[in-house]
Design a protein around this ligand. Sequence first.
Ligand code: URA
Length: 437
Amino acid sequence: MICLDICSVIEKKKKGLALSGGEIDFFVKGYLDGSIQDCQASALLMAVCLKGMNEEETSALTFAIRNSGEIFDRSGISGIIADKHSTGGVGDKTSLIVAPTVASLGLKVFKMSGRGLGHTGGTADKLEAIEGFNVSLSRSEAEETVNRTGMCIITQNESFAPADKKLYALRDVTATVDSIPLIASSIMGKKLALGDDCIVLDVKAGSGAFMKNKDDAADLARLMVRAGKRAGRKITALITDMDKPLGNAIGNSLEVIEALDVLKGKGPGDLRKLSLELSAHMLRLAGYGDGDYCRRLAEDAIDSGKALEKFAETVEAQGGRKEMLFDVSLFPGAVVRHFVKAEKSGYIYHTDAEAYGNAAKVLGAGRQKLGDMIDLSAGITLKAKTGEFVEKGDIIAELHTSSNEKAEQAAVIIGSATRISDVRPDDCPLIIGKFGD
Ligand code: URA
């Protein structure tokens, strides 16, 4: 038997050498059982970020994550199971809209979502802004909820992909998120632990994404599509724009309220458009019809109120206070409100999404270190979007937080992240590319 030690595994990756499947399993098992410490895991993650992993190593890491917990026996769920997963963005609350939309049309959605990661928000944290909402259901509770209501959203737990839960939290606070193999294995490890028949991936590209350019986003998309296909799943990856925040709200409660707006037939156009597109691809993969027909089905589910009803049913089934969906004044507001104003007249030329995400973290919407509590009411409401004309002194963003000090720090970040110009920027498409089925 070969005897492994973590320092030589770190050393090997530090030199840019490929790790064997055995070494990757040893790392994942050891980190999960505590024999490998946070500092050692952080060192290896950083070495992976800097030196990369080939496709075999990425596949070994994906399977080690998948096998770290139970593999869901999908035979307990009747119907087609579909899921959608984003690689992470700023203001991206589409899961809260897409999941109930397709579930209201008969798909089964068993979704495993993460918490905030780096400068991006996480669906699990957002859902906890609804009083009582439990994202930590056991396997049998989750299965019962999916069968009863058609959907359920949980987070990585001791049953499913526990290694991802631990690695994800560590990556969040060690600047080791933006790595193609780490993102691909984290997402596909979770997806393959669940029994999804159809998977739609939203691979973000731009300043607010972990992939800053389209080529890297396309590499990540292709890698995940190949992993899904090898596992026999129907899978599509869309590359979508994340150069500017999606919608107008950033921060947990604010994002839930904005997702509810869309489910009520209102809300920002870009958010509605992307949610419809992702829903349509899930329905198409599940065999409901062609893209246009599926988009119309999704539109109808939202406009008729069916999707909102489905969301309310799920919130109730997962212990959440359903009344909050219909009376959003029940979401606790932040104690401090602060306005950021335009320093000159002109077009909003660029709103650097990563900086906006970091500003939201400063306001309290994300974690700075392992175990930090987040302020669910903290965040940013954009009052002027890229391409809009503002006069000097107009409000461009409203900040929600718990202290003036945090508001002032975030205002400085937002001020320098917002470029105002005499020239109107070119419109850039929301959907940039597509891979897979
Ligand atoms: N979403 C995940 O689940 N994992 C990542 O690494 C990034 C986004």
